[in-house]
Design a protein around this ligand. Structure first.
Ligand SMILES: *Cc1c(COP(=O)(O)O)cnc(C)c1O
Length: 222
């Protein structure tokens, strides 16, 4: 793998991923280009190719990547990494969507920040479908309670569920479980599938896929 991804490569990667998605499903799917740990010229190449939807893992890095570009018409930013409550206000100020809600405390701090800034990002609840000790996300048994709490208290919209399956297990059962939970709870959006398995995610009902290296090339620091 070469360490540079010229502009044409990113445009071609994007076209290929969009066409894979279109072949895998007939429902609308949002392709989130995960720009964490990518140099600025690649972000610019994606924008030049007409891409406007991006995902970031860390609030601070996202500010460095996007704060100066926040005025771009149609730009949509998803937070897909774990959120500390003391970063809630920064997250609400920058992101359009926060996918990593996993506890009541974070619902409270996000709600406070949203009221204060009069900005109401859409929320996803992250589900720890593999019930892994180290992983963030709410355990499957506790999803229903957190969904109810978020619906009752957050002044914006709860739109869906998100998961990151365990690396050492087939993803399909996790994707199927997440989709089933979302349907049962009346949530329209399902964020699942990354570079290695976005087509599978889409076949199993993903409405959002989060694709980093297949879109931008291997991650390398700016
Ligand atoms: C980094 C990351 C991705 C993208 O990973 P790739 O394998 O490079 O596509 C997707 N989702 C989350 C939550 C991530 O942290």
């Amino acid at each position: 793998m070469p360490n540079t991804a010229p502009k044409e490569d990113i445009a071609a990667n994007r076209d290929r991923i969009l066409s894979d998605i279109a072949s895998a499903a007939d429902h609308p799917v949002e392709l989130i280009a995960v720009s964490k740990v990518q140099p600025d010229e690649r972000l610019q190449a994606a924008l030049d190719a007409g891409h406007l939807v991006f995902g970031e893992n860390k609030v601070q890095e996202a500010q460095a990547h996007w704060a100066a570009r926040r005025g771009i018409e149609g730009l949509k930013l998803h937070l897909i990494g774990p959120l500390q409550s003391n970063k809630s206000e920064d997250a609400v100020a920058l992101f359009d969507v926060i996918q990593t809600i996993d506890r009541k405390k974070i619902v409270r701090t996000i709600s406070e920040a949203a009221e204060k800034l009069d900005r109401f990002p859409d929320l996803f609840i992250q589900v720890n479908t593999g019930e892994e000790a180290q992983k963030s996300g709410v355990m499957p048994d506790d999803v229903e309670d957190l969904v109810a709490y978020t619906r009752e208290t957050y002044p914006g919209k709860l739109v869906g569920l998100m998961c990151i399956p365990p690396v050492d297990e087939p993803a399909a059962p996790h994707f199927a479980l997440l989709k089933k939970m979302a349907d049962g709870l009346g949530l329209e959006s399902v964020s699942m599938g990354m570079s290695a398995d976005y087509e599978l995610g889409v076949q199993l009902g993903a409405t959002h896929v989060r694709v980093g290296s297949a879109f931008f090339g291997e991650r390398q620091p700016a």
